[in-house]
Design a protein around this ligand. Structure first.
Ligand code: M6R
Length: 404
C-alpha cells in the first residue's frame, strides 16, 4: 500500500521544529500528540535558555563550587540534603526514575522514587534533611498533591531536622505550585494530547540541570566534567530535529508490524530502564496494546516466557555501558521468534543486523540518551494508534487535567 506523508498525520514540513506555536492550533498536524512531539526541539531550547546561565561558558574555576544554572533555590539545599524522595504518577514518575539515576550515579545522593498514590499509604522512612521533589505536568494530580501533603505533615512532626519541598510542573499557578516551597517550571507550553510527550522531555531538562547543579556544588563533578554534558544538552534540539526528520519513515514502516500482535515488550537497562517503562506506557495508552517495560536483566527471570512471533520486542540499546547486554537480550528474544525492533545509535551496520527494524538515534553520551531514545517510542505509539484508527489525542478511559 502506498502511503502519502499526510496519511500518517505528518505535514510535509514536519521535521522543522515549531517556535512558540499556539497550543490550540494543530498547525497542519493531524493530531496534537504529533504536533507536541515535533515541538520538543523548541521546548528543550526554551528550557535551556531559562535554566542555563547566559555566562555559563565563562565559568572555568574547578575548585570553587560554581553555579552554572538559574535555579532559584537556597544554597543550603545543595549542601545539606542527605536524601531525595521523588513522588509522581505515570509519565512524570518515569522522569523521576531517570533523575534517580542521575542523582545517585552522578552525584551520589540516595534517591527514592515512589508512585504518589503509594507514597500516601506507604511513605519512605523519615530521614533527616530530606528533599522531596514532586513532579507533575498539570500540578493538579490528586495523588501527587496528597503525597505532597503527607510529606509536609511528616516533616512538620520532625522538628529536629530540616526538609524541603520542590515542585516541578508545567503549571506555575497550579495547586502544586502553591503547596511547595519552591517551583521549577517546565516551560513546555500547554500540552493538549492526553499522552504526555513534550512535558516529559522538559521535566528531564529541569531534572538534569538540578542534578548537575548538585554535582557541582557537592564537588561530585568538576566544572570541566560538567561542561561537556552541558554541550551535549545544548546539542539536543538539533539532534531531536535530525531524529524526527530521518526516522519518521522508518517508524511508520515499523508500526505496520503491530497490525496483529498479542502484546509488546520494551526492554532497557540502566538509565534507559525508565524509558522502557515510559515507552510501554505510551503504547498502552494510545494503542491499547498490552505492552510492558522491563529491565533487560530482570526480563530473563520469567517474563521471557511471554515471547513468541506475536509479541514484538523493542530493545533500547544505546552505545555505552549496557550496549553488549542489551544486544544479548536482543539475540535471546530473536531466538524465541519475537520480531525485534532496536532503538540504537550503534555505529556499525554489523551491530544493527540483529534487529528486524533499527530505529537510529543520534550519538550522544549515554547519560543523556533518554532524551533521544524516548522519541521513537512516542512516534511509534502515535503511528500504531493512527493505523488502528484510534482517537490518538483522547484515548478511552483517561482524562487529563489541562490548565491553559
Ligand atoms: O499531570 P501529571 O504529570 O501529574 O499526570 C500524571 C499522569 O497521569 C500522566 O503522566 C499520565 O500517565 C500520562 N497521560 C501518560 O502519557
Amino acid at each position: 500500500m502506498a502511503l502519502s506523508e499526510s496519511s500518517w498525520g505528518f505535514p510535509l514540513t514536519a521535521h522543522k521544529s515549531i517556535p512558540n506555536a499556539n497550543p490550540h492550533d494543530r498547525q497542519g498536524f493531524a493530531h496534537f500528540m504529533l504536533k507536541e512531539i515535533y515541538e520538543q526541539p523548541e521546548v528543550v531550547r526554551r528550557c535551556l535558555a531559562a535554566y542555563l546561565k547566559p555566562d555559563w561558558a565563562s565559568v572555568q574555576d574547578s575548585t570553587a563550587p560554581s553555579s552554572l544554572f538559574n535555579l532559584p533555590l537556597p544554597e543550603q539545599i545543595f549542601t545539606t540534603v542527605a536524601e531525595i524522595q521523588i513522588v509522581a504518577c505515570g509519565t512524570s514518575r518515569h522522569a523521576g526514575l531517570v533523575a534517580q539515576y542521575w542523582l545517585e550515579q552522578l552525584v551520589g545522593i540516595p534517591t527514592r522514587v515512589r508512585s504518589a498514590s503509594e507514597f500516601v499509604s506507604a511513605p519512605f522512612p523519615l530521614i533527616a534533611n530530606t528533599l522531596t521533589i514532586a513532579v507533575t505536568q498539570s500540578g493538579e494530580t490528586a495523588d501527587t498533591l496528597a503525597a505532597v501533603a503527607v510529606a509536609k505533615k511528616r516533616s512538620q512532626s520532625e522538628a529536629s531536622s530540616q526538609s524541603w519541598l520542590i515542585g516541578i510542573t508545567n503549571q506555575s499557578e497550579s495547586s502544586l505550585a502553591k503547596a511547595v516551597d519552591y517551583t521549577l517550571p517546565t516551560l513546555a507550553g500547554a500540552e493538549i494530547g492526553v499522552a504526555a510527550t513534550k512535558t516529559f522531555l522538559s521535566q528531564l531538562v529541569v531534572l538534569f540541570c538540578l542534578a548537575l547543579e548538585f554535582a557541582l556544588r557537592r564537588r561530585a563533578l568538576s566544572v570541566q566534567q560538567v561542561m561537556p554534558l552541558i554541550d551535549a544538552l545544548r546539542s539536543l534540539p538539533d539532534q531531536i530535529e535530525i531524529l524526527l526528520k530521518q526516522q519518521h519513515e522508518a517508524i511508520q514502516t515499523t508500526s505496520l508490524t503491530f497490525a496483529e500482535v498479542s502484546g509488546c515488550i520494551v526492554l532497557g537497562r540502566g538509565i534507559n530502564h525508565a524509558i522502557a517503562l515510559e515507552g510501554a506506557l505510551k503504547l498502552k495508552e494510545t494503542t491499547y496494546i498490552h505492552a510492558e517495560g522491563y529491565a533487560g536483566g530482570e526480563f530473563m527471570h520469567g517474563p521471557i516466557a511471554l515471547l513468541d512471533v506475536t509479541v514484538p520486542v523493542i530493545v533500547i540499546a544505546p552505545e555505552g555501558t549496557v550496549y553488549d547486554s542489551m544486544l544479548a537480550n536482543a539475540q535471546k528474544a530473536k531466538s524465541n521468534g519475537a520480531p525485534l525492533i532496536g532503538i540504537t545509535n550503534a555505529a556499525t551496520q554489523d551491530d544493527r543486523v540483529v534487529f528486524d527494524y533499527a530505529l537510529i538515534v543520534p550519538a550522544i553520551d549515554e547519560l543523556l540518551s533518554p532524551f533521544l531514545t524516548v522519541i521513537p517510542l512516542q512516534l511509534l505509539a502515535y503511528s500504531i494508534a493512527l493505523q488502528r484508527g484510534l482517537d490518538v489525542d483522547r484515548p478511552r478511559n483517561i482524562t487529563k487535567t489541562l490548565v491553559t
